[in-house]
Design a binder for this molecule. Structure first.
Ligand SMILES: *Cc1c(COP(=O)(O)O)cnc(C)c1O
Length: 409
């Protein structure tokens, strides 16, 4: 996002024009930014045989999936429907990994039938998998190394109370099941949660996985999940991708020698690839002065962008209708009948009713977590691609809200 002649642009598209043409609220994604981030990550791990499986729960519009597929990405999916979305977008089954949590064995069987990689995250399912497929279908096992990472407890998955993965302390039990059913384990996986700050934490987890790998002779890949931290506000510490890449690739190449066979190194980045590409544009409905603060009430709410309320996440908010006005202090809230505060005490340039506000870092976990709460439509989506703004998801209509209802009265 750049300020040129008192106007904000994403690429060479003026963001105010997007709001004007497609209405608000609207999610806007800059395709160039997505491609840039993907390639930056790929480059950082280049010395290793690295495969990036984009975690599509972050943003799953088919156009975005195709964009990343064209760059050579694979896909990380967490539900059978995400697998279907990936296949529809043109990914081949072996480019997709299915990493669900607490799904029934039925759903695993459907994924096996579709031919995607299977990642198993509990011993009960591993036993059922072994009984059903023996060594005929390979699988990956998700281990939980219990490495604490992540700023917010709700997005940390490595802690002892976490429901994710098979505890590393259960490794002997895992090996018993694998041996009894002669299961072909082709990958080991960990995903310690979002927001890992330094290479040290990653490497700690990696050592635990490498140690476990010695017990699995048929591996073809090791999957380190994700957790690359993204800067949400100025001064935020982020994962140093180059440093992390150098450290991990070096250690992996060394491990590959010990293991005796070349292993692919997989990652499943979501947020890192799409967060910064996204802008969420909303309109100021009311300026409401109370005894304590000045509220900006916008035409959106926790039904469209829930991260600030759910994870205390921070999104920079700017008034793009008045880029160079004088700054004042506002609290930005939504129009939903819940306390849906996007940001307290934000310095935003002087705002009038009708002005368009822009939330930055809105590419990841924005639209995919949106709902119809308060019977409001989910936002439209626009992709800036080849220097042009394209509508990639229509705004909903009243018919969409009732289409699955059945009249009985
Ligand atoms: C959500 C998720 C990811 C992506 O996490 P980000 O923080 O968005 O990069 C990767 N792998 C698995 C298994 C996930 O559940």
């Amino acid at each position: 996002m750049e300020l040129v002649n008192n106007n904000y642009y994403a690429g060479n598209v003026k963001l105010l024009d997007v709001a004007e043409e497609f209405g608000t609220p609207v999610y806007v994604y800059d395709a160039n930014k997505i491609v840039e981030k993907y390639n930056k990550l790929k480059q950082a791990f280049k010395p290793a045989n690295v495969k990036l499986k984009y975690a599509c729960k972050a943003l799953n519009n088919t156009n975005i999936l195709k964009l990343l597929k064209n760059e050579g990405a694979g896909l990380d999916t967490v539900s059978i429907n995400e697998v279907h979305l990936g296949l529809r977008a043109g990914f081949s089954p072996d480019e997709i990994i299915f990493t669900p949590n607490c799904v029934g064995f039925d759903e695993i069987k459907q994924a096996v039938a579709l031919g995607v990689h299977i990642n198993i995250d509990n011993i009960s399912i591993l036993e059922q998998f072994g009984a059903e497929y023996g060594n005929k279908v390979p699988c990956c096992i998700r281990l939980n190394p219990h490495i604490m990472a992540g700023g917010n407890a709700k997005i940390s998955t490595g802690h002892i109370d976490s429901k994710f993965g098979v505890s590393i302390y259960q490794l002997r039990h895992v090996l018993r099941v694998v041996k009894s059913h002669n299961i072909n384990v082709n990958g080991l996986h960990m995903h310690t949660g979002s927001d890992i700050l330094d290479a040290g934490v990653f490497l700690q987890g990696a050592e635990i996985l490498f140690d476990a790998a010695k017990d699995f002779p048929d591996l073809t890949f090791i999957d380190f999940g994700s957790g690359f931290k993204v800067a949400y506000k100025e001064g935020d510490i982020t994962t140093d991708i180059e440093e992390l890449g150098a450290a991990i690739t070096e250690r992996c190449l060394k491990f590959t020698k010990e293991y005796g066979r070349e292993l692919e190194l997989w990652f499943e980045p979501g947020k890192y690839i799409v967060s910064e590409s996204g802008y969420f544009l909303v309109k100021t409905n009311v300026i409401k002065q109370t005894t304590a603060t000045v509220f900006i009430g916008v035409d959106s709410g926790l039904n469209h962008l829930i991260r600030p309320m759910l994870y205390d996440s921070y999104h920079t908010i700017m008034n793009i209708s008045n880029p160079e006005g004088k700054q004042r202090v506002y609290t930005v809230v939504g129009n939903i009948c819940e306390t849906d505060t996007f940001g307290w005490d934000r310095k935003i340039t002087e705002t009038k009713e009708g002005d368009i506000l822009c939330f930055k870092n809105a590419g990841a976990y924005g639209i995919t977590m949106a709902s119809n709460y308060n019977a409001r439509f989910r936002p439209a989506e626009v992709l800036i691609y080849n220097d042009k703004a394209h509508l990639i998801r229509k705004r909903e209509t009243l018919d969409d809200l009732v289409k699955n209802e059945i009249d009985v009265l």
